[in-house]
Design a protein around this ligand. Structure first.
Ligand SMILES: Cc1ncc(COP(=O)(O)O)c(C=O)c1O
Ligand SMILES: N[C@H](C=O)CCC(=O)O
Length: 428
C-alpha cells in the first residue's frame, strides 16, 4: 500500500498539480498514488520500499515489461548520437516501414507524440479528405483528450463523471454523433439521417476504456459496410490494441480493415508516440503535400523511434505474445473460478493479453453494461491486491494488461494474491 514517503510527495504534489497528478486516472489509486522509484521486468518499486507486480504497464505501452534490455540498448545508442534534431533521421523510415508492413502495405505514416494527437489528426484528415463535418463515435470509448472525442468518453472521463467535458463548446460537441458499441443498428440509424455528412466512424476495435469489451461477431464488419455504403472513412483506433493483439493488431485479429489506423503506446516502446497510418491517397492530404495541417516539434522523436523499432523487433520473435497470452488466460480463468467458488455476481471479459472483471449480473457487451457494475467492489479488489503487492488498474474503466515479463512464476504469485483478495471480498 502507498506508504509515508508517497504520502509526503503527494501532499507536495497537491499544491503543484490539479488533483495532485498529471493525468487524472493516476489519482484513482487510494488513498493516494504510490510514487515509483524504478521499474524492472514485471515489477514497479516504490519510494516506500515496496515491490509491486505491475498489470497496468503504464496503461499499455510496456508490453515487453519494464526496462527491456534490447530497448534500453537502442535508447542508449540513440542518446549517444543526440536526441532531438528538428530534421529527419533514418530511424523514422525504418519504423514507418515496420508499421506499414503490418497495417497499411504501400501506405504512409505521420508520427505524432500521443494517442490524443493521433486521433485528433486522423479526424481532421478524414474531414479534410471527405469534405464532411460529422464523426460517429461510440459511447464509453476513449480516443484521447481533445474536443471532438470528449463526448460520451470512457476511461478517466467516465471514472470522474465527465464523459462530456466542460469546455467543449456545444457547437463542437454537436458534430460528434454518439452510437452504441456492439450495436450496428445504432450506427445505421445515425447514418440514415446524417450519412452524407459523416466524415468518419471512429472505433476502438476492443473497447479498452470501459474495462475490456470485445466486439461481437459482425460488429466491426457492420461498421466497415456502413462506412463504405455512405462514403465515410473507418478509423480503427488501435492505440491500445495495436501490436498488442498481435503484430497486425485488432484489424488482423478480427479480419476487418479500417481506412485509417491510429496507434500509440506499444509502438513507441514506452516513449511518447502517436501514429496515423493509411493509404497514400488519404495520407497525402497532410501538410506539406496536402492542405490538412499537422505539425509537431517532437514528431518522430529519434529516441522514440529507436525504442519503437527495438520493441517491434522483439515482438517479431512471437515469444512476447505467447508469454503474455498464457499469463492473461491463466489469470482470467483463476478469477472466473474464484467468482464461481464464492458465488460472487461478476463476469470476466478476456482477449489475448488483456482482461477485466466486472461485478455485475450478466454479460458485459457494452460500456452501458460495464457502467452497471459495482465499482465499489472493484475498488475493494484493487485495494486488496495492492496490499498484497499486485497493481491492477485502479478503475473499472481500464484494462488489466499482461506482458512478456509476466512469467509463470510471476503469475503463480499473483494467483496466491487473487485467492486471498477474493476470500477477503467474500468475508465483507
Ligand atoms: C484507444 C485510445 N485512443 C487514444 C488514447 C489517447 O492516447 P494518449 O493517452 O497517448 O494521448 C488512448 C489512451 O489514452 C486510448 O486508449
Ligand atoms: N485509459 C487511458 C489510456 O488508455 C489511460 C491513460 C491516461 O489517461 O493516463
Amino acid at each position: 500500500m502507498p506508504g509515508e514517503e508517497s504520502r509526503k510527495l503527494y501532499e507536495e504534489a497537491l499544491n503543484l498539480f490539479p488533483g495532485g497528478v498529471n493525468s487524472p486516472i493516476r489519482a484513482a489509486v487510494k488513498p493516494y498514488p504510490f510514487y515509483v522509484s524504478r521499474a524492472e521486468g514485471p515489477y514497479l518499486y516504490t519510494v516506500d520500499g515496496e515491490r509491486l507486480i505491475d498489470y497496468v504497464l503504464a496503461y499499455g505501452p510496456m508490453f515487453l515489461g519494464h526496462r527491456h534490455p534490447r530497448v534500453l540498448e537502442a535508447v542508449k545508442e540513440q542518446l549517444e548520437r543526440g536526441w532531438a534534431y528538428g530534421t529527419p533521421a533514418e530511424l523514422e523510415i525504418k519504423l514507418a516501414k515496420k508499421i506499414l508492413k503490418y497495417y497499411h502495405q504501400g501506405g504512409m505514416v505521420r508520427f505524432v507524440n500521443s494517442g490524443t494527437e493521433a486521433t485528433m489528426a486522423a479526424i481532421r484528415l478524414a474531414r479534410g479528405y471527405t469534405g464532411r463535418k460529422y464523426i460517429v463515435k461510440f459511447n464509453g470509448c476513449y480516443h484521447g483528450a481533445h474536443d471532438a472525442v470528449l463526448v460520451g468518453a470512457g476511461s478517466a472521463a467516465a471514472e470522474y463523471g465527465v464523459p462530456s467535458s466542460l469546455g467543449v463548446p456545444e457547437e463542437v460537441a454537436k458534430l460528434t454523433l454518439i452510437a452504441r458499441f456492439n450495436d450496428v443498428e445504432s450506427v445505421e440509424k445515425i447514418m440514415k439521417k446524417h450519412g452524407d455528412q459523416v466524415a468518419a466512424i471512429i472505433v476502438e476495435p476492443v473497447a479498452g476504456n470501459a474495462g475490456v469489451i470485445p466486439p461481437k461477431p459482425g460488429f466491426l464488419k457492420g461498421l466497415r459496410e456502413l462506412a463504405d455504403q455512405y462514403g465515410a472513412l473507418l478509423i480503427m483506433d488501435e492505440v491500445i490494441t495495436g501490436f498488442r493483439l498481435g503484430l497486425g493488431g485488432a484489424q488482423e485479429y478480427y479480419g476487418v480493415r479500417g481506412d485509417i489506423t491510429t496507434l500509440g503506446k506499444i509502438v513507441g516502446g514506452g516513449f511518447p508516440i502517436g501514429v496515423v497510418a493509411g493509404p497514400r491517397e488519404i495520407m497525402e492530404n497532410f501538410t506539406p503535400s496536402g492542405k490538412v495541417f499537422n505539425a509537431g516539434t517532437f514528431n518522430a522523436h529519434p529516441v522514440t523511434m529507436a525504442a519503437g523499432l527495438a520493441t517491434i523487433e522483439v515482438l517479431e520473435t512471437g515469444e512476447p505474445y505467447r508469454v503474455a497470452r498464457e499469463a492473461a488466460s491463466k489469470l482470467a480463468k483463476t478469477v472466473e473460478d474464484l467468482i464461481s467458488r464464492y458465488g460472487i455476481k461478476a463476469t470476466v471479459n478476456y482477449v489475448e493479453n488483456m482482461f477485466q472483471v466486472f461485478f455485475v449480473d450478466g454479460e458485459v457487451a457494452s460500456p452501458e453494461d460495464a457502467a452497471r457494475s459495482n465499482r465499489e467492489m472493484y475498488n475493494e479488489l484493487h485495494q486488496e491486491l495492492l496490499s498484497r503487492g499486485v497493481f491492477i488498474a485502479p478503475s473499472q474503466m481500464e484494462a488489466i494488461f499482461t506482458s512478456a515479463a509476466h512469467t509463470a512464476e510471476v503469475v503463480e504469485e499473483t494467483i496466491t494474491a487473487l485467492e486471498d483478495a477474493f476470500k477477503r471480498l467474500r468475508e465483507q
